[in-house]
Design a protein around this ligand. Structure first.
Ligand code: NAD
Length: 458
């Protein structure tokens, strides 16, 4: 929906609908999740076409990284929703005796979900699935930088749900800023750290809780014992999928000096295997989202450092898989998240040196480590902090709904996927059910000499 006036009536309509209580029931949530799953299945073709137009995304990547995981998330949620919704019995304290303790998960209300352009379908659907499961109404604001996908999402949602329950508001920051004037019960934002700060500031006057799924420079450490061929294959896949525009893509590689040359050789080999001699001709290699981002990436490349790739075509939004050598920590490419197909390779001496370099920078969304040495694994796990870690691979940490996905520090706050999504969009309410059949005098005034009994409390 293209909204030109104030968004306040939309939010009010959703608030009224939420207050009717209809979204709370298990049966309702189940029906809506099934309807969303069916709509995604039905619209597969249109979704794939939009992703190809926006990001040059191959059908394989569209299915693997956008629609299949949305459908899997729905199926996983449907399987467990009843159990998640059930009040959870907990032990009570002796001072509460006789009593029964429970934790109820209740819906929050009206949720705002702002999503980015890089996985524009999946990153709009993931939080929406959690919000539906938890019994909320949702306003969805997809990224205007992926306009075809934004349009398909708007159509799919309008066909499937009434706007007072779930609606899409399309547009840029002007409409988002208008949305943010409203009071929401939760804001779920996926995007850059810079805009994340603005979202949190806009939420503060309403005391609206936020989940911020942000980005950052995710390091990739290659250990001294790493099998170089397979390591390079997995790094090249994780870096160049979606044209490098992945929030958890390895941003840069840290490698011992002795492994640098073999690693560069294997990266060259695998880039060739994946995308052929000229990746511009590969149907499997994506495009940069727009000319502005293409130019931003171009400005990060020092031609003297290019060892693989480096070429491109701004009009076609093609940017070759590019690897840089001889990069220093103070170079522009090391300042902020690259978010494109440029991979700087840096060297380190001892593992402590690599850890110190990582810890001197903001906490990343992902950290990758290639080693089979349990001591090195433990050292890195215990001495660094990141949203998530994947050992001996890239990106794959995303695949399991049993694991929370989210950042820490500047890479975000809060988490989702599976039960973690349900919890994000629910309030956990403590419920104590007392009995009438016992009422000890101890806590009631006058206290006289009752103080001595308190020492017996646990
Ligand atoms: P972005 O922050 O520019 O935009 C995200 C959303 O915010 C869009 O819907 C946009 O319209 C809106 N927006 C932009 N400016 C705004 C403003 N001034 N006020 C209010 N809303 C505004 O991010 P992007 O360029 O779409 O995405 C790239 C970033 O997102 C990268 O940093 C990437 O790492 C991060 N990201 C994180 C995750 C994750 O799950 N943690 C996933 C994908 C992308």
């Amino acid at each position: 929906m293209q909204v030109t006036q104030s968004t306040a009536p939309l939010v009010q309509a959703q608030r009224n609908y939420f207050q009717s209580g209809v979204t709370h029931a298990y049966g309702f949530r189940q029906t809506q999740l099934k309807a969303l799953g069916a709509a995604i299945q039905e619209q597969q073709g249109a979704i794939q076409q939009a992703l190809a137009q926006d990001l040059g995304k191959s059908v394989f990547e569209a299915v693997l990284t956008e629609t299949t995981n949305s459908i899997s998330e729905i199926n996983h949620t449907l399987k467990h929703l009843k159990a998640w919704m059930a009040p959870q019995r907990v032990r009570t304290s002796v001072v509460q005796f006789p009593a029964q303790g429970e934790i109820w998960s209740e819906p929050l209300g009206v949720v705002l979900n702002i999503s980015p352009w890089n996985y524009p379908f999946q990153l709009a659907m993931g939080p929406l699935i959690g919000a539906i499961a938890a019994g909320n109404c949702t306003i969805l604001k997809p990224s205007e930088l992926a306009p075809h996908t934004s349009g398909v999402i708007a159509e799919l949602i309008a066909k499937t749900f009434p706007p007072e329950y779930i609606t899409v508001v399309e547009g840029d920051k002007t409409i988002t800023q208008d949305l943010l004037k409203n009071r929401f019960d939760h804001i779920f934002f996926t995007g850059s750290t810079a805009i994340g700060r603005l979202i949190m500031a806009a939420a503060a006057p309403h005391l609206t809780p936020v989940t911020l799924e942000l980005g950052g420079k995710s390091p990739c450490i290659v250990g001294p014992d790493a099998p170089v061929e397979l390591t390079a294959r997995r790094i090249a896949w994780g870096k160049f999928i979606n044209g490098g525009q992945t929030c958890i893509a390895p941003d840069y590689v840290l490698v011992p000096p002795a492994l640098k040359a073999p690693l560069l050789g294997q990266l060259r080999h695998w880039i060739g295997e994946f995308y052929g001699k000229n990746p511009a001709d590969s149907p499997d290699y994506g495009r940069i989202i727009n000319e502005h981002h293409w130019q931003r990436l171009r400005d990060l490349v020092d031609p003297a450092q290019v060892v693989i790739g480096g070429d491109g075509d701004i009009e076609a939004r093609y940017f070759a898989p590019t690897v840089l050598d001889g990069v220093g920590w103070d170079d522009p490419v090391m300042e902020a998240e690259i978010f494109g197909p440029i991979l700087p390779i840096l060297t380190y001496g001892e593992m402590g040196e690599a850890i110190a370099a990582i810890n001197a920078r903001p906490k990343p969304l992902a950290l990758y480590l290639f080693t089979n040495d349990p001591n090195l694994q433990n050292q890195v796990l215990s001495q660094t902090s990141s949203g998530g870690v994947c050992i001996n691979d890239t990106i794959m940490q995303l695949g399991a709904p049993s694991m929370p996905f989210g950042g820490v520090g500047e890479s975000g706050m809060g988490a989702y996927h599976g039960k973690f999504s349900f919890d994000t969009f629910s309030h956990r309410k403590s419920v104590l059910k007392r009995k009438f059949w016992l009422d000890l005098d101890l806590r009631y005034p006058p206290y006289h000499d009752k103080l001595k009994w308190l020492k017996w409390l646990p």
